[in-house]
Structures are given as C-alpha cells and as structure tokens.
Write a protein that binds this ligand. Structure first.
Ligand code: DGJ
Length: 714
C-alpha cells in the first residue's frame, strides 16, 4: 500500500484509470472510471468535477462519494447501511487515504462508533478489485450491518444494460434493456447465485456488441445472497449520469458485530473496455488467469459417470467404462452420485458419507486403484452441504439442519447449518477420510437446492452469510490437507458459478445440459467472465438427456472443445466409429488445449441469428482456432463474408479445416472456392480475415466445423 494522501487519488493500470478527489465534505468522490487518463487529462477533469446546483434540490453541488448515502445528499441505493443501539449510523468522515499508482485505501469513520474502509486495486489487466469493510469501534454496543455496497459511476453514454437470467439447463440467458430512471436491480435470495443469477452486469453504449462499444461491467465474487444493479436518478450522481454496483444481500439481523469485530464485503470486480464485450472478456480472463490460485495446465480430459449409469453403480460395469475411457484418452474418471450409504435414488442418503458396503463390498478403493492403474485420476461426487431427512445423519442430528420448514424439501433434501462447528467437523472428517482412503484426486461438489432458511433465534439456525463463509473455510481446509486435490463447483448445473467460489475451487459445471445448442449459448455467455479452462464442458450422447434433442457427433465434439473438456456418455453403448471419433477428438483437445486455455476468446457479431462464429487466438496472434456453428436455419440463402476476429492484420495466416471433429453437412451445392483449397491449407492476410472476413459455407442446422489458423510469415 502506498503513502498517505489528502488530495486526489489517481490509479492507472492496464489501460484503465480511476480518479477520485475529496468533495466538499472531504470525502473521496469518484471523478472518473474508464479509459486511461493522460497526465494532462487529470487537471481538466478535476477542474470540471463540480456539478451544477439544481432546482428544487440541495443548496450546494452534489458529489458522488465512495460511501454515498443520505447523510451527504445521495438519495439512491446507499453504499453503507448500519445501525448501532437502535439508531442508524451517522455521517461518515474521511480520516485517511493511502494510495499509490494502482491501489487506494480510504478510511472513514463515524466518531468512535464505526470505521469503514474502502479498498481499490487496479490490476494489470485493468480490472478494478473493490472491497469494503466496517468495524465496530464502540466499546459496548452491537453494530448491525445492513449493507456494504461498492458503487461506481456511469456516464450518460452507458445507455443499455445487459445482464443474465436462466433456469435449470438454461443458465446465463442474456437480457437487455435501456437505462432509465430508477433501479434495475438483480437480487438472489437463493443462498447461491442461482440458475437465474445476474452473473455479470454490463452497461454500455447503445447497441454494444462483442466487438464494438464502450462497456462498464460489474461482477460480485460471492456465492451467497447478493444484489447487482444499475441505478439512475434524475439528479444524476455528481457530474455522472448513473451508478453500477453490487454487494452481498444481508438479512435484517444477519451480521451483528461485537465491539472490535469487522465485516468484510465480498470483492466486486469492475471492468471497463472500449473494445466491446470481447474487450471486457479479455480483461476478466487475463485478471482471472493471473490469480495465484488459478489451476495449472494442462486441464485433464474428464469422463463423468452421471448420465452413463446414474445411481446404478456396479464395479464391473464401471471398470469396463473406465477401460473404455482410458482407451479414448480420458485423463480423469469421475464417479458421480450414488456411491454412499442408502443412495439408490435421490430420496435418501445425503449426509451419510460412508461408502455403501452393499453396492461396494470391497470399498471404493478397488475402482480407484483400477482407474489409477489405467493412468487416470479418480474423481468423486459429494454434496456436503445437504442432507436427506431419510439418512442416518438427519435422524441422529436433526438440529444440524439449516432450519427450512419441513414442507420446503427440494429434491427431497435440506441444507446443513455450516455455522455449527460440529457440522463442519463431521464433513471435514468424512471427506478427508474418503479422499485419503479412496485416493480421490478431484471432487465434484454439488449443491442442489436453494437455501430458504434465514437466521432464526428460536432454532439457532444461521443465515446464508455465515453458511457461505463456512463453506469457503471448509474448502480451504480440505485444500490445506490435500494440496493436489481439485474441486468442481456444481449446483444443479451452473447455479453457483462465480469468482467467489472459484477462489476455492478449480472448475465450474456450467449446466446440466449437454445438448450442444443449449450448451453453445450457455458457454458463450459464461465465457464472458470465466476463461474456458474453468468451465466444464462434456460431450453427451446423440439424444441429449435433458432436452431429448438429437445432435450429430461433430457438433457435440466442437461444442465441448471450448471449455475444460470431458465426456458425459455411456461409452459402453458407443459403436467403434464413435469411439474412434472420440479418441481423435481427445488427441485434438490435448494438442489444442494450450491455445484454448491460454488464448483470447473472440466472438463475431455480424452473423445471422442461427449462426455463431467464435474462437480463441493465442496472445501472440500466431495461432487461432474458430468454430463455425449453425444452431438454427438461416433466413438468407447464403453466408456473406464473416470476419474472423482478433487476428494480427500485419500477419499472413495458413487456414485449414481441422477434420478431427468430423464433417459438417451443408445446405448448399458447393463451398466457397477458397474453402475447398483450405482443406490443403490456404494462406490469407490477417487484414482480409479479420477486417473483411471470408465467405463461409451455409451449414445445415445443428452442424459445426473447426478452422485453424497458423501464422505463415515466420
Ligand atoms: C446435479 C448435477 O448437476 C448433476 O451433474 C449430477 O451430479 C446430479 N446432481 C447428481 O445427483
């Protein structure tokens, strides 16, 4: 952290600037968040930062301090809400700023009662990491925290909002609207972000798209209750038009601080770009990849047994499945739900984390050993936070449940109260032993219900806040005991896919659907925040179990390639052609994964609604791979030139169709002539490819092909 300051704070990194200056109360107020400022921009912005005095308004100009609330005339959603001794917190006064080129810490206090700290760090990818905390400085009273939100200003040209909603098997569906007066607030009170999580809120210039537009984006790195919003008041926010922000959503009495105690907000990540959604994505991916906890490459090819056998566990059959998996090139074999006591379906057993001796008379170690002998890692499913009433655990410890009403079962299960140390100790002990005894390399950590319990003094149940922190601690303790263990965050698919959980896990399961049409859309938008190596993506059978839509193998293979790839298919039902295709694809995944998991994600805008063009370009722009996908029929009879985004205009590239994923059927008589040559490899300039584009074939719906580009001028 830098040196004390009483003047403006200017943070600059990765092509982004954040500028703050003391307002008339001496509070740090936001002047600029966006494009990097030149030194001589700063005086001009500071000189013009005082707003007009408005009609029917405050008698002095408004500002937008980091802790905007009513005490200083802010009538929008407050940054800070707290109370002590039955009275709401008073006005905060600035007591200190410490800043350097990329960080700033602001300390604000209400007399001797509370200390609020706001921290900003601008990383080298230009992503701003913002956090706040509040500490009870009183000597006797309890301080109740209502909210601690991180808010940043938006200019008037940020006129459109894009965020997400969704459902089981349909996560991260985009929705757009215009910014208007009022609050566009997305809240989750589900105890997890939810299938309909806002995920990432982007506000941008009208019509912003993947490759164009200026965007201000916000993500909350938190896996419990939360809110994210864009808000505009007629009087603006100082000289700014609107506000974007996020925070944890706390229940009324959820966080009560004794004297000396502190509440830390989750981190809020803010990214600005003038290069469209891909520009925001690029910043987030670079930022996420620079975390010390980012999982190391290569990401092993997975086979997960869920859709192959469901609850029907049998050592011989699973051993055969493991052999087939090893034959096609799988590197991690994951045994899903159904291995523990009483778990013959989804109505019983959760909580009883002991290997079921009736199904596994020799224990799980036999299978694990065979999997390891075949050269694969062994993964195992758990759902530690949950319990079926029909379980020995629930019968023995009814007081361990989180406190949902008895008729609020969900998949016949309830949540455990992780704020009780005995509950965590039990889970830690059981998971730890099984990981050790069964040589588990990977856990698929599921979470299949919303949490409806709230803090309840009668039952003693804790709230979601404590539950979420206890979950993070539990994951950290397991990691400390088993440093090589990897964990996937799954929640009925992708209902808990956020950078909070990903600070403690190495992968998210984006969705329970392996239908490539659905998956393509889910991955496309999940990738806006999360780099593909963190997002599980599996090839399923021809008929998707979730939608019963049928898709050809090449389309399924191309789809699963653009993530942390895997297989969710009963390989014992595959014919030799399918197995050979999977083996070819597995080799291709291994060949391409340094590019896929280290390059820049790019997406083209100007294709018709039934088509998608997306790809990954390596940081040197020497190597790229693109998927040309048709999810639906087109309204037009041809495909005009399609730009392959992200290439170096000064380079020349050899373009070829990768045949390993299999042929894509066409809705035309013959391909554009250049593409016929591309089967051997044709050389084209980066400028033509990226600026002008190339005509691509009109594929039939449900088809996909892969183009690979390699720099030809070195
Ligand atoms: C829900 C998950 O999303 C599935 O992948 C599978 O693990 C089941 N739970 C198992 O019960």
């Amino acid at each position: 952290m830098g040196s004390p300051s009483s003047g403006p704070a200017h943070l600059s990194n990765g092509g982004v600037s954040l500028l703050l200056t003391p307002d008339r109360w001496g509070l740090p107020a936001l002047v600029h968040w966006g494009a990097a400022l030149a030194d001589d921009d700063v005086p001009g912005l500071l000189a013009t930062d005082v707003a007009a005095v408005l009609n029917s308004s405050l008698d002095a100009p408004r500002s937008f301090p980091v802790v905007a609330d009513r005490h200083h005339g802010w009538s929008g959603t407050p940054a800070v809400q707290w109370e002590v001794g039955g009275a709401t917190g008073g006005p905060l006064h600035h007591i200190g700023t410490t800043t350097d080129a990329t960080t700033a810490r602001f300390e604000l206090a209400d007399g001797e009662l509370a200390l609020v700290t706001v921290d900003y760090r601008l990383d080298s990818a230009g992503v701003l990491h913002a956090r706040a905390s509040i500490e009870n400085r009183s000597t006797d009273g309890e301080l109740a925290v209502g909210a601690l939100r991180l808010l940043l200003p938006l200019p008037a040209r940020a006129r459109e909002i894009l965020d997400f909603t969704g459902k089981w098997t349909g996560e991260r569906r985009p929705q757009r609207r215009l910014v208007g007066d009022g609050t566009w607030s997305r809240a989750s009170r589900r105890g997890r972000p939810g299938h309909d999580s806002a995920f990432l809120v982007l506000a941008g210039t009208p019509g912003f798209a993947f490759r164009t537009g200026e965007i201000w984006a916000c993500h909350l790195a938190w896996s419990g209750n939360q809110e994210q919003f864009v808000e505009r008041l007629p009087e603006g926010a100082g000289v700014h038009s609107a506000v974007i922000g996020a925070g944890e959503l706390l229940d009324l009495v959820e966080v009560r601080l004794a004297p000396g105690e502190r509440y830390d907000s989750p981190e809020v990540l803010f990214a600005w770009s003038d290069q469209g959604i891909d520009g925001v994505t690029d910043r987030f991916h670079r930022s996420v990849r620079s975390r010390p906890e980012h999982p190391s490459p290569p990401r092993p090819l997975v086979l997960n047994t869920w859709e192959a056998v469901y609850f029907d566990h049998d050592l011989d059959r699973l051993t055969e499945l493991a052999k087939r998996a090893a034959d096609v090139g799988v590197e991690r074999f994951v045994l899903d739900d159904g291995w523990f006591r009483g778990r013959r379906g989804d109505t019983a057993g959760l909580g009883d984390w002991f290997v079921d001796e009736t199904v596994w008379p020799g224990g799980l170690r036999e299978l694990s050993d065979r999997v390891h002998e075949l050269g694969m890692q062994f993964g195992l499913w758990f759902e530690p936070e949950m319990v079926n009433p029909n379980s020995d655990l629930a019968r023995a410890h009814p007081q361990w449940l989180l406190g949902e009403l008895p008729d609020l079962g969900w998949r016949h299960q309830f949540a455990l109260d992780l704020s009780q140390p005995e509950v965590v100790a039990y889970l830690l002990d059981r998971i730890d032993r099984i990981v050790t005894d069964c040589r588990v390399d990977f856990i698929k950590w599921d979470h299949n219900r919303d949490l409806h319990a709230s803090l309840h003094s009668r039952t003693g149940a804790s709230g979601v806040h404590e539950h979420t922190l206890a979950l993070y601690r539990l994951l950290d303790e397991l990691a400390a005991r088993h440093p090589a263990l990897e964990v996937e965050s799954c929640a009925s698919g992708g209902a808990r896919a956020d950078l909070g959980i990903l600070a403690h896990t190495q992968r998210v399961w984006a969705s329970d659907t392996n239908d490539p049409v659905e998956r393509h859309m889910i991955q496309r938008w999940t990738a806006t925040l999360l780099p593909p190596e963190l997002v599980g993506s599996h090839v399923g059978p021809a008929e998707a179990h979730t939608t019963h839509r049928t898709a050809v193998l090449p389309f399924r293979l191309v789809t699963a390639l653009f993530g942390h790839a895997g297989i969710e298919w009963d390989l014992l039902s595959c014919d030799p052609h399918e197995l050979e295709a999977l083996a070819r694809w597995a080799r291709l995944y291994r060949e391409l994964r340094p590019l896929l998991h280290g390059g820049r994600t790019v997406r083209a805008d100007d294709v018709d609604e039934g088509a998608l063009l997306h790809g990954v370009v390596d940081p040197d722009r020497k190597h790229a791979v693109y998927a040309w996908v048709r999810t639906d029929t087109s309204a037009t009879a041809h495909t005009p030139r399609v730009a392959l985004p992200g290439l170096d205009p000064r380079r020349r590239y050899r373009v070829r169709i990768r045949p390993e994923t299999g042929p894509a059927s066409r809705h035309q008589v013959a391909d554009p002539a250049w593409l016929t040559e591309a089967e051997q490899g044709v050389v084209l300039s980066g400028r033509v490819l990226t600026r002008d584009g190339v005509p691509l074939p009109l594929l039939n719906p449900g088809q996909a092909m892969l183009l690979e580009l390699t720099a030809a001028d070195d």
